[in-house]
Design a protein around this ligand. Structure first.
Ligand code: ADP
Ligand code: ASP
Ligand code: MG
Length: 824
């Protein structure tokens, strides 16, 4: 014999039922078959709601019955030929009438006991199984409907009754032993049973799987097949993890652990009966019947994965009893568990600290209130005597578990698990590893579950690539170039670095485009202008709420408000990559705080483009310092803008005034939005300060000497006023030029940082006359040049030179930082 169980979605529509019929018709030819069916999908929930509505005295229950009637009548009409419909329709009508009168009682008495609820829910499976039986009858199959209520016997724990296996086996075996009961096909409702008094009971939500296993074990079936809407057990719930993979074979034990820790694909009690009877259990997909599915049997297959799957249970809370006096209380744990058991509260996990000062248990959230009353009452004396604290409750939690029999032989699995969670800012409230070492379980905040499962899945199953989720702030010149560069490079990064960069957010000062599956980078501009409006706070809130794994925030703006968000982001383990210099050139304490947040939350905080666009200046400095070198002096031309200006200004000889050259620099995108930041030296001061800080010296802006060449009057008013004033001051600029030219020198704006004899770092910036013999003389276009003098490079400095401004090179520097953050 064989037992085939079809779940709610497999019988949820007439199309699906037709598929079921086709599958069964083929299979039944080989051996007698018991088909167990669930209620049509959603129907059990509707019956519960129906009962509650009637019990509240709400007339709306009538309409609910009508819609249930409609759904089942429609199934009959679609499945059977018109000549065959009459008896099935009257069967449905009769059952609906029973439901009507049952609900009328509930309505009149305003009560819905669990016993009544079981009776009401049972109609879901009765209706579906009878309709499907009628469809098989119409196909001319030799079949009979089995009343599972008569064959499966339970205690009276309504809504989650415990099966009396011995009695049930007897009853089922007696039925099949009777020669009058021999048929090719048996159709049985899942989920429902009855107690000694003959009242209907149910086996717990999802319990039809269990019904299948009970029949299979009782008749010693060759196989139990559970047909559902996915092609077998997967490494994680495919609704949570896009990349979940099918598991071809898994052991009973592993399947049991996965289902126990929330994998809805199988109702946990299902495994034991078939395991004891050594019956292979297949999980198959009704909508893809040719797919092999998952085989559950004694041995799991040996493959490269040390863990088999990841699952989660939502809506739990952690109850903790603490107190210094705990050690002295005899039978303490027993009393705690007894108090909970007496109230039929099931304990999902237990942890006890080795100091024995606290013990925590995880329970379902709906049991919290009852548990608190029961436990505080049990320990009332000890609480009054201050040996114990009243029960502490932590809510909004979930359990996640990694499961696999091979874990036992592999050290380092838990290290990997908690490392991955930690790096993603996921806080763990409790940890349990069973002594069987088949699972490691952690209690985490409910809001972190999806992220946790995804990062764990990535770490344990996705050797193919790591996915990083990028949120861009700023989509102007640099931002636009960056997005285009990333778009081109995606396949290369996948194949060479196994990195999948997903841009999931793009925001400018007006709109915010978010798509958690990854924005289509070929059409982002149109999508962004059509996206919802919002400010930076909305954007950061969305990023934190989305709580995606491996998130990187990329700031390609020059706004203080954007820089202000880093603290919040880093504190939630979101990495920050910035070409915005505001944060790193803010007061030292703030800069140091950001660095320490990044360290503490395992997030990257990278800003290579703060100095010299994509030139490897900060990274090189970091490498020198980290490898034990000491930087004694830095000399640099750090302003691509000023270089451009002084390389193009010829003292007015070519007819171009100084103001016109500055205008050209701005038009070509080499200046800050307010060019005075460049021209006045502030930008260079910021850069040399950042270098000094990275070299280990806590410099502030006030500590830097600025020998500005701009007349003070240029700093008044708007950017337009600035240009007017520069025109007026052309004589001043001509003089500067002429003085340098007279002695064969060029003008360069040079930054210098030096350690004095007391070990004090001093920095200054200013315009200098550069001789042809100097390293700085041959700097063209928007070049930057940095000279590092260190213990290892004492006389001849390490030299870094190249374009230090421009959207393309800045974007590429930011891109390199993104890749660094992604691989951290
Ligand atoms: P049925 O109605 O057929 O009993 P269920 O909804 O009870 O189906 O179970 C199937 C669902 O279980 C799948 O659609 C899937 O979302 C979920 N699920 C949870 N964990 C897993 C997993 N590890 N593998 C496959 N499916 C899973
Ligand atoms: N119909 C029941 C439920 O929804 C049993 C099942 O589908 O397995 O819980
Ligand atoms: Mg199910």
């Amino acid at each position: 014999m064989q037992v085939l169980k079809f779940g709610g979605s497999s019988v949820g529509t007439t199309d699906a039922i037709s598929k079921v019929i086709a599958i069964v018709k083929e299979r039944v030819q080989k051996t007698p078959t018991i088909v167990v069916v669930s209620a049509m999908s959603g129907v059990t929930d509707q019956f519960i709601l129906l009962g509650q509505t009637a019990a509240q005295g709400n007339e709306a229950y009538q309409t609910m019955i009508q819609s249930l009637a409609q759904k089942h009548e429609n199934a009959v009409l679609a499945l059977l030929l018109s000549t065959q419909q009459a008896s099935a329709l009257s069967m449905v009508k009769e059952l609906i009438q029973e439901i009507q009168s049952f609900c009328a009682t509930i309505f009149n008495e305003r009560t819905l006991t669990l016993r009544m609820q079981d009776c009401l829910m049972s109609y879901g499976e009765i209706l579906s199984s009878k309709i499907i039986a009628a469809a098989f009858e119409a196909e001319g199959l030799d079949q009979v409907w089995l009343d599972s209520r008569k064959l499966i016997k339970t205690n009276s724990a309504y809504t989650s009754a415990v099966v009396d296996r011995a009695l049930t086996n007897q009853t089922i075996q007696a039925y099949f032993a009777n020669s009058a009961n021999q048929h090719a096909l048996y159709i049985a409702p899942g989920f429902i049973a009855s107690n000694a008094e003959g009242h209907t009971t149910t086996l717990g939500r999802g319990g039809s799987d269990y019904t299948g296993a009970i029949y299979a074990a009782a008749v010693q079936a060759d196989v139990l097949e559970i047909w559902t809407d996915v092609s077998g057990i997967m490494t994680a719930d495919p609704r949570m993890v896009h990349n979940a993979k099918e598991i071809p074979r898994i052991s009973y034990q592993e399947a049991m652990e996965l289902s126990h820790f929330g994998a809805k694909i199988i109702y946990p009690p299902t495994i034991l009966p078939v395991m004891h009877a050594h019956i292979p259990l297949w999980i198959k997909n009704t909508f893809e019947p040719e797919h092999k599915g998952t085989l559950i049997e004694n041995e799991s297959s040996i493959d490269n994965n040390t863990i088999r799957g990841i699952s989660s249970i939502k809506d739990i809370c952690l109850l903790s009893l603490e107190g210094a006096g705990m050690v002295a209380i005899p039978g303490f744990a027993k009393r705690l568990f007894d108090a909970l058991t007496k109230k039929q509260i099931s304990i999902l996990l237990i942890t006890q600290s080795s100091s024995e000062h606290s013990i925590s248990v995880g329970v379902s959230v709906q049991d919290t209130h009852l548990a608190k009353i029961a436990v505080d009452a049990e320990f009332e004396e000890e609480i009054n005597a201050q040996l114990l604290e009243p029960l502490i409750i932590e809510k909004d939690l979930s359990i996640i578990a990694i499961v696999g029999a091979q874990m036992r032989n592999h050290p380092g699995i838990s290290g990997k698990m908690f490392g991955v969670l930690g790096r993603n800012g996921i806080n763990v409230s409790a940890i349990v590893q069973g002594s069987s070492e088949k699972n490691i379980t952690a209690v985490i905040a409910a809001k972190d579950v999806r992220k946790a499962i995804n990062v764990l899945h990535e770490a344990f199953f996705e050797t193919t690539y790591k996915q990083v989720n990028v949120y861009m702030a700023g989509a102007g010149n640099v931002g636009g170039k960056l997005i285009d560069q990333i778009n081109k490079q995606v396949p290369f990064l996948q194949s060479t670095l196994r990195l999948q960069i997903n841009i999931v957010g793009i925001a400018n000062s007006k709109n915010q485009l978010i798509n958690l599956d990854g924005i289509d980078l070929n059409h982002w501009r149109d999508q962004l202008s059509a996206a919802p409006k919002g400010n930076i706070n909305d954007y950061v809130t969305a990023i934190l709420d989305n709580n995606l794994r491996n998130s990187i925030f990329v700031d390609v703006t020059a706004h203080a408000t954007v820089a202000d968000s880093y603290v919040q982001l880093l504190s939630k383990a979101v990495s920050v990559v910035a070409c915005n210099k505001i944060a790193c050139s803010s007061p030292y304490a703030h800069y140091a705080k950001l660095k320490s947040l990044a360290r503490n939350y395992n997030a990257a905080f990278l800003f290579e483009t703060n100095v010299g666009a994509s030139l490897p200046i900060i990274g090189t400095l970091n490498d020198l310092i980290r490898s034990g070198d000491k930087v004694n002096k830095i000399e640099a031309v750090l302003s691509g803008t000023l270089n451009f200006v002084f390389n193009n200004y010829e003292g007015g000889k070519d007819g171009k005034s100084f103001a016109q050259v500055v205008r050209q620099a701005q038009d070509e995108g080499y200046t800050e939005p307010d060019p005075r930041l460049d021209l006045g030296g502030t930008d260079v001061m910021r850069k040399v300060m950042i270098l000094a800080r990275e070299a280990g010296h806590p410099l502030e802006m006030e500590d830097i000497m600025n020998e500005s060449f701009l007349p003070a009057s240029c700093f008044n008013g708007s950017v337009a006023d600035f240009y007017n004033e520069m025109e007026k001051q052309e004589v001043h600029f001509k003089k500067l030029y002429a003085a340098a030219a007279e002695s064969g020198c060029k003008l360069k704006f040079v930054a210098k940082f030096e350690i004095d004899v007391n070990g004090q770092g001093l920095a200054k910036v200013g315009l200098q006359h550069i001789q042809p013999s100097s390293d700085f003389y041959h700097l063209y276009g928007k070049d930057n040049l940095v000279l590092f003098y260190s213990d290892r490079y004492p006389e001849l400095p390490m030299v870094i030179k190249g374009a230090g401004a421009g959207a393309d090179v800045t974007a590429s520097g930011v891109f390199a930082d993104i890749i660094r953050a992604a691989r951290a």
